[in-house]
Design a protein around this ligand. Sequence first.
Ligand code: FES
Length: 79
Amino acid sequence: MTTIKVRKNGPYRVIADGDGDDVTIIDWNGREYPAPDRPIALCRCGVSATKPFCDKSHARAGFTPDEDTDDAGGGPAAG
Ligand code: FES
């Protein structure tokens, strides 16, 4: 099973079972990205220099998301 956790003021963290063959990251052109070390963190703030992956620039940028998953009905807020 793969779980995607929305980190508060941070990336989408992809937590997958298995040996690494269970997650494929593909952009809009069909280009496949090699999966980095686990856990995989996908940029949510738009600032990362290594998109689609998080490079922790969100902390320096003071990223706070516009959405609140509680208000959006998408589930509990990430912690
Ligand atoms: S979410 Fe970490 S750099 Fe964008």
